[in-house]
Design a protein around this ligand. Structure first.
Ligand SMILES: NC(=O)c1ccc[n+]([C@@H]2O[C@H](COP(=O)([O-])OP(=O)(O)OC[C@H]3O[C@@H](n4cnc5c(N)ncnc54)[C@H](O)[C@@H]3O)[C@@H](O)[C@H]2O)c1
Ligand SMILES: [Zn+2]
Length: 362
């Protein structure tokens, strides 16, 4: 397949996303072409390094020891970022340093934050290794960590200098992680691209076989959508909010289950169902479109249960959402497959009805 190149232009930086099967093997050249500082360090996790470290080593990107830190969500805090600073300080890394992140969203967010803050900023390249990171977290410049009292409370906007996506790296991803990323692809389809939505619905078998031919187009289209939105709204003041479709109820679901029961994408899948139900309830979305969304989500496989979670708990958690602006919850509603609207007048009654309809306990 031909490589896909997408340029992301933001006020703070313009950078290229390259999507290409086997791109990892060409990483050295890609980095040299944009003349990033030659003292380079890779930040990865022991698990990702075990699978792909040898191949990374062959790229010749760096002869320095890899900086390996744990990458579960529960390690996404400042203490782990400190370990990255420690490693950099120990070898006297100066401003002429490039950090290459090699892992899922957790590694990208943590090492990205380290790159943004070490000596007030060094060069950054993301090489995402989960589907979620390839279609979402590696683009857009949001970096940061969790605080004991809340997710992603500490962070910054720091755009990378390049993003290199190799779909072949997904071969080793556990099936559940792979599916979790696919729900975000469905999100892009539902908000912005009916053709992407249809592709996921129709090519499910090929996508699950993880061939580059099936993955490259859906990753590329997702990246294009994210890049467009980020370019118009780097700091998520307006249009970027449409990518929060499914995330209001999704985040609430993650928070009431303490981030243990669902993968982020799974919670978003439920969140999209809630938003679609809400939209249908107020006549903004046709029942056939709501059903199409429910069908494609169901076709990917079962989601962890929700029937024991009460509607009131979810509602309570939503009230703490970061997307509250002046006391009103901004809610992204689908209007058809491929388009949305943002409303701020969702009533508690409507929300309860939608949650109940999706299967939460009353
Ligand atoms: N910055 C953003 O804009 C943004 C957007 C969305 C999500 N996020 C963040 O991303 C994080 C979730 O990212 P994630 O879903 O990638 O999770 P993750 O980084 O925790 O990775 C999931 C698991 O997959 C493993 N893994 C990674 N690549 C692998 C591979 N190729 N083969 C086998 N195993 C592999 C990891 O070791 C980990 O155990 C969350 O912390 C979320 O807040 C950030
Ligand atoms: Zn998400």
């Amino acid at each position: 397949m031909d490589p896909v190149r997408i340029d992301v232009s933001t006020p703070s930086r313009t950078y290229r996303v390259t999507i290409d099967d086997g791109a990892l093997d060409r990483l050295g050249r890609l980095i040299n072409d944009i003349r990033l500082p030659e003292r380079r360090f890779v930040v990865s996790s022991p698990l990702v390094w075990r699978f792909h470290g040898v191949q990374f080593g062959r790229t010749g990107v760096t002869s320095e020891q890899p900086i390996l830190v744990p990458d579960g969500e529960r390690y996404k805090h400042l203490a782990t970022v400190s370990r990255i600073y420690d490693a950099l300080t120990r070898v006297n890394a100066d401003r002429a340093t490039t950090l290459v992140t090699f892992g899922g969203g957790v590694i990208g967010d943590m090492a990205g934050f380290a790159a943004a803050t070490y000596l007030r900023g060094v060069s950054l390249v993301h090489v995402p290794t989960t589907l979620l990171a390839q279609v979402d977290s590696a683009i857009g410049g949001k970096v940061g960590v969790n605080h004991a009292l809340g997710k992603n409370l500490i962070g910054s906007f720091y755009q990378p200098h390049a993003v290199v996506v190799d779909p072949l790296l997904l071969a080793t991803l556990p099936r559940r992680e792979f599916r979790a990323g696919l729900y975000e692809v469905i999100k892009y389809g539902m908000t912005s691209s009916a053709s992407l939505f249809d592709r996921v619905a129709k090519q499910r078998k090929e996508i699950f076989a993880r061939t580059a031919a099936a993955l490259t187009p859906i990753i590329a289209e997702s990246c294009r959508i994210k890049a467009d939105v980020v370019a118009t709204d780097e700091r998520e003041a307006g249009p970027r909010r449409i990518l929060n479709f499914g995330h209001t109820a999704g985040h609430a679901l993650e928070s009431v289950t303490k981030y243990r029961r669902y993968r982020h994408g799974e919670a978003v899948a439920y969140g999209m169902l809630v938003a679609a139900e809400l939209a249908r309830g107020r006549g903004a979305l046709a029942e056939t479109d709501r059903q199409a969304l429910a069908d494609v989500i169901a076709s990917l496989g079962p989601l962890p249960p929700i029937a024991d979670l009460s509607t009131s708990h979810i509602l309570e958690a939503m009230k703490h959402d970061k997307k509250m602006v002046a006391g009103r919850l901004h809610f992204v509603l689908p209007t058809t497959v491929g388009a949305t609207t943002i409303v701020d007048d969702v009533t508690e009654k409507e929300m309860r009805a939608a949650l109940k309809q999706v299967g939460f306990k009353t």
